[in-house]
Design a protein around this ligand. Structure first.
Ligand code: UDP
Length: 310
């Protein structure tokens, strides 16, 4: 039986990966310090015979006394509102946490997968973004703590690959949504759905013309799996290329929830990217992967999930 250690395993992406890995017959060691992760996300697998949970901050040395075949490094605050609350933890988990996770991969001769991000492209001047673009990031802005930590994480991952010859994968994850996001996560989709279901005002930041491209969680997990099982070491964008403005997104959620919420406009956060859309040519070519869920289908599933908790 193969063993996988996953940092951030109680978070949104991590918890979905835990379930899929267990279903595939792997032993799963889930490591999380629960600052933004939640035990509720792993409640239904916690008694599984191949599942182990360790409450640990991965910015501190990680010790596992058994063989590990794969290390998936997913620990990090991931919502802009979270990295404003946890700026130092965000920097540390992307830098020190990645170093520790890579050290473990080297020790165990494990394959390492880094959860990187479209934020490495910053407020992009190339559109759509392909993997050759070096990005446009403000290192000292409020988002810099996340963006620069992830850029460092990519750099040290490639250094471990080149210098220590460990097998590494880098997924540049674009906006992803679905069940297990927190209602108070702060990101656009959970905010809009909880506001709409509670008939509260929908808070659009700026004029809502900024764009994003949203990937449903099942597609994201499928892409990450294909990347892990490939032999591809360079970064790969994993996301949905269907681009939509934030105002259109809010209106779509209003329609699907049949809500009577009003739209209100609030100040645009500093350095909020104006556009974002992945070029997924590489994922299609190298991984034979592309997303299957339309935004409407994914939103319907996510709305059903939020209805149970609100
Ligand atoms: N946004 C918004 N209202 C909200 C939350 C987010 O208008 O209540 C906007 C945000 O300013 C950004 C976009 O929606 O332009 C996506 O934000 P999110 O926090 O989901 O993630 P980001 O893509 O910025 O990392």
């Amino acid at each position: 039986m193969k063993t996988v250690a996953i940092t951030g395993g109680a978070g949104f992406l991590g918890s979905h990966l835990c379930v899929n890995l267990l279903n595939d017959g792997l032993k799963v060691i889930c490591i999380d310090n629960l600052i933004t992760g939640n035990l509720k996300n792993i409640e239904h697998v916690k008694d599984h015979k191949n599942f182990y949970f360790i409450n640990h901050d991965v910015t501190k040395f990680i010790s596992i006394n058994e063989n590990v075949d794969f290390i998936l490094h997913f620990a990090s605050p991931a919502s802009p509102s979270d990295y404003l609350v946890y700026p130092i933890q965000t920097l540390k988990v992307g830098s020190l946490g990645t170093h520790n996770a890579l050290g473990l991969a080297k020790e165990k001769k494990a394959t390492f997968l880094l959860a990187s991000t479209s934020e490495v492209y910053g407020d992009p001047q190339v559109h759509p973004q392909n993997e050759n673009y070096w990005g446009h990031v403000n290192p000292i802005g409020p988002r810099g703590v996340y963006d620069e930590a992830k850029r460092f994480a990519e750099a040290i991952t490639m250094a471990y690959h080149r210098h220590h010859k460990i097998e590494t994968r880098i997924a540049r994850i674009f906006n992803t949504y679905g069940p297990n996001m927190r209602a108070k996560d702060g990101r656009a989709i959970p905010n809009f759905i909880s506001q709409a279901l509670n008939n509260k005002p929908m808070t659009i930041y700026g004029d809502g013309t900024q764009t994003r491209s949203f990937c449903y969680i099942d597609d994201q997990v499928d892409g990450l799996y294909k990347l892990l099982n490939s032999e591809y070491n360079d970064p790969v964008n994993i996301g949905n290329a269907e681009e939509i403005s934030i105002l259109q997104l809010a209106n779509e959620i209003l329609k699907l929830t049949k809500s009577e919420s009003k739209i209100v406009f609030k100040e645009l956060p500093v350095n909020d990217p104006k556009v974002r859309q992945p070029d997924i040519t590489k994922a299609k070519d190298k991984l034979s992967w592309e997303p299957k869920f339309s935004l409407e289908d994914g939103l319907k599933k996510t709305i059903e999930y939020f209805k149970k908790f609100l």
